[in-house]
Write a protein that binds this ligand. Structure first.
Ligand code: MN3
Length: 263
């Protein structure tokens, strides 16, 4: 089975939606529907939201590996603590990678008539959940940078213009984003995303890893508000965690995602 994530883009005229969370169902669907030899030509993309390397994709093994943190675990101190970063990446993110590989492998067995076909629904749901978890966390680490190395401050350029257009300004955006993230019911994410059809920015709440994400939205900046992301340092004070998170946002990286997404 070959599950290169890139072919997803061939179905849509939105090149940077590679890792659009709603596309994960398509990963499962195409993995199930297409033989391993299918490799239709796909449009070249100039800028991708995530590269196969950033997702730890190993084409030889047909599976994902946990990508390394792009900085030391203590690099975001004092805003995000090293112990949380270490466990979050090394245990939680790793479990999504393992879960995704497991689900894709089980679907491959079913295609080869070596698995239980009645479990397609179960493994498809696992692809969506763990696949979204893997993509979300891969984006998450790359969305952050130490406060003295690009983290914090405010966006510039076209993204700043779009924030002013769609939210009224950075101050209004920050207040809306923090409130949305803080008010996620249970475990989930707050996302700044691009609605690619009208190219407007939206702030949405996602429950678990992908529930409530509208189809096609291109994720730009997400804050993980599962308790595992903050409880060791912030306990129940989720709003304080979200404020600390904003101090280490890698705005140049978010700007690059936005510019790649609007084309
Ligand atoms: Mn997490």
């Amino acid at each position: 089975m070959s599950i290169d994530p890139t072919p997803l883009n061939s179905h849509f005229d939105r090149r940077s939606a590679l890792a659009g969370l709603g596309a994960l169902g398509a990963v499962a669907a195409s993995a199930f529907a297409q033989p391993a030899t299918a490799s239709a030509a796909r449009p070249k993309v100039s800028r991708e939201l995530l590269t196969p390397e950033q997702l730890g994709w190993d084409a030889a093994k047909n599976e994902y590996a946990l990508p390394p943190l792009p900085y030391a675990a203590d690099a975001l101190e004092p805003h995000l603590d090293a112990q949380t970063m270490t466990i979050h990446h090394g245990k939680h993110h790793a479990s999504y990678v393992a879960g995704l590989n497991k689900a894709l492998g089980e679907l491959a067995k079913i295609r080869a008539a070596q698995g239980d076909a009645s479990l397609v629904k179960h493994w498809s749901r696992e692809v969506s959940f763990h696949g979204a978890g893997h993509i979300n966390h891969s984006l998450f680490w790359l969305s952050l940078a130490p406060a003295n190395k690009g983290g914090g401050g405010e966006p510039k350029g076209a993204l700043a213009d779009a924030i002013k257009r769609d939210f009224g300004g950075q101050e209004q955006f920050m207040a809306h984003f923090k409130a949305a993230a803080t008010q996620v019911e249970g475990s989930g994410w707050g996302w700044l995303a691009l609605e690619p059809f009208t190219k407007h920015l939206l702030i949405v709440q996602v429950e678990k890893q992908q529930d409530l994400m509208p189809p096609g939205l291109i994720p730009l900046l997400g804050v993980d508000v599962w308790e595992h992301a903050y409880y060791l340092k912030f306990q129940n004070k989720r709003a304080e965690y979200v404020t600390a998170f904003m101090n280490v946002v890698n705005w140049p990286a978010i700007q690059a995602r936005f510019e790649g997404a609007i084309g």
